[in-house]
Design a protein around this ligand. Sequence first.
Ligand code: 5GP
Ligand code: MG
Length: 186
Amino acid sequence: MHGHSGIDRVLLTSDQILSRVGAMAADIVHDYEGEDGLIIVPILTGAMVFTCDLIRRMPVPMKIGLLTVSSYPGTATTSQGVKFVEDQIEKLKERVVGRPVLLVDDILDSGNTLRAVTAELKELGAKSVKTCVLLRKENRPEAADVVGDYVGFDIPDAFVVGYGLDYNDMYRNLPDIVVLKDETFS
Ligand code: 5GP
Ligand code: MG
């Protein structure tokens, strides 16, 4: 499939994802009606593919502010702590100050990423911060305070890749979201 090896099963097909992304975009556009100066902040690199599809279904004026966060470097499959790229923060501040901000990420797991980035954006002076994630893992008691304002799918607690999500920076270009075989993890 797509020339990738090590895949166990498809969890969400490209068609399922795109249909849900369209509905999410409609909800967001509806909720932000009348608000000027929307800033979309995708959390790179994972949210790249999702954000591209989402914003092309949102026919409203917007700007993008990039933020790179890494919590799963290399072959890690558990969070190693949230790290920002410091050089991006000054530029992001100019972009978000006084603006409504929609934070976009691929997946909500422990909630550490969204919690830390939401706090940072408020600190930088955003007028409001809402969160949008494509995936949310079920049974995350430690993330009870971070639910996500817009959520695409609730999924079982497995490590998934594809549609922007990686393992060791691979699989991001898969159109589907898949679960890897156990033996794929080195
Ligand atoms: P959290 O900080 O909520 O634990 O996790 C959020 C970040 O961890 C996501 O932005 C994503 O980069 C990474 N992550 C969490 N779960 C998974 C997963 O199942 N697969 C992949 N590829 N990344 C994940
Ligand atoms: Mg991420």
